[in-house]
Write a protein that binds this ligand. Structure first.
Ligand code: ADP
Ligand code: F6P
Length: 322
């Protein structure tokens, strides 16, 4: 079947670079002679038939903006067969031959079902600050989130040094420690706590005491939200060492803002690849980056747990901090 009309949506947690990706999808599709429709609020927009034809001008001046002009949502109804039926009906009613889903692993699970159960051609673009998607080295939004967190950590370093305090900084990442490791390494943090590795509070406190004797009077410890709460870690450190601690939870600042150059380039490349794959009749795939190359990766592989070798970063952080 020749693909003539496609839909694009952003789903799950937003991240910087989603707009750059939408722009790339829309303009590549039009260049290839396709019609492209924007679906609003992720799968919710399919369920509710909130769909609009886009043109080249619809995506003017969005490349440098965070968030997503298509809005995003978490749509529990789409997890049910009834919700999926409504979504498939909306695809048919609007004459859409295929769908590009820009989102994280949850969104890809939904896309995989759209193909496997309902035979709707789908292509995913990995976009999440967590960088937790299997089969791609990078996801759109992660680089900007790391830069944002790093910007904060650099400022915290100034006050931590001046007042000789221990700061525990919590970053996002859901079940992944990727953001925490990147921020810890780039920010020269003294320690890092991630979900992929067991942390030992006694060892950390012994390190702090030993460091203190040698004149190391301020510390920054990065905690991935999926591993522990920064507030609890800070309380324990204070109780065990007697040193003053402070807590910063960075939260959703990591999700917004103008995308970095790397995120814009990644989003643009992957968006264009997604259109190519769909118009070539491919389906049930993700456009990803493997060893610096843009690749098509099966969605069934993309939704598996990503295994990252955290040891290399983790050891380096500890060696450099001592
Ligand atoms: P992310 O894509 O960022 O991981 P979520 O996990 O919240 O975000 O998933 C986004 C949306 O994808 C969900 O709200 C739901 O509509 C859809 N989705 C997630 N998991 C499934 C699933 N198992 N089956 C069908 N749809 C799903
Ligand atoms: O998946 C992206 C993410 O920002 C995670 O890092 C975080 O755990 C979660 O989404 C927060 O979700 P919400 O925006 O619903 O609070």
């Amino acid at each position: 079947m020749k693909v003539k009309r496609i839909g694009v949506l952003t789903s799950g947690g937003d991240c910087s670079g989603m707009n750059a990706c939408i722009r790339s999808v829309v303009r590549t599709a039009i260049f290839k002679g396709l019609e492209v429709y924007g679906i609003f609020k992720g799968y919710q927009g399919l369920v509710d038939n909130e769909i609009k034809l886009l043109n080249r001008r619809s995506v003017s001046n969005i490349l440098s903006h965070g968030g997503t002009i298509l809005k995003t949502a978490r749509c529990p109804e789409f997890k049910t067969k009834t919700g999926q039926k409504k979504a498939v009906a909306a695809m048919k009613e609007n004459g859409l031959d295929g769908l590009i889903v820009i989102g994280g692993d949850g969104s890809f699970r939904g896309a995989h079902i759209l193909w496997q159960r309902w035979r709707i051609p789908v292509i995913g673009v990995p976009a999440t600050i967590d960088n937790d998607i299997n089969g791609t080295d990078f996801t759109v939004g992660d680089d900007t989130a790391v830069d944002t967190a790093l910007f904060a950590v650099d400022k915290i370093r100034d006050t931590a040094t001046s007042l000789e305090r221990i700061f525990v900084v919590e970053v996002m990442g859901r079940n992944s420690g990727y953001i925490a490791l990147q921020v810890a390494l780039a920010g020269g943090a003294e320690d890092v706590i991630i979900p992929e590795r067991q942390y030992k509070i006694d060892r950390m406190c012994a390190d702090i005491r030993r460091g203190h004797k040698k004149g190391k009077l301020s510390w920054i410890i990065i905690v991935a939200e999926g591993a522990a709460s920064a507030a609890e870690i800070a309380k324990k450190i204070n109780k065990k060492t007697g040193f003053e601690t402070r807590v910063t939870v960075l939260g959703h600042v990591q999700r917004g803002g103008s995308p970095s150059a790397d995120d814009r380039v990644l989003a643009t490349q992957l968006g264009a690849k997604a259109v190519e794959l769909l118009s070539d009749g491919q389906t049930d795939k993700m456009a990803g980056i493997v060893n610096n190359r843009v690749k098509a990766v099966p969605l069934s592989y993309a939704i598996k747990n990503k295994k990252v070798n955290t040891g290399i970063f983790y050891r380096l952080i500890r060696i450099l901090a001592r």
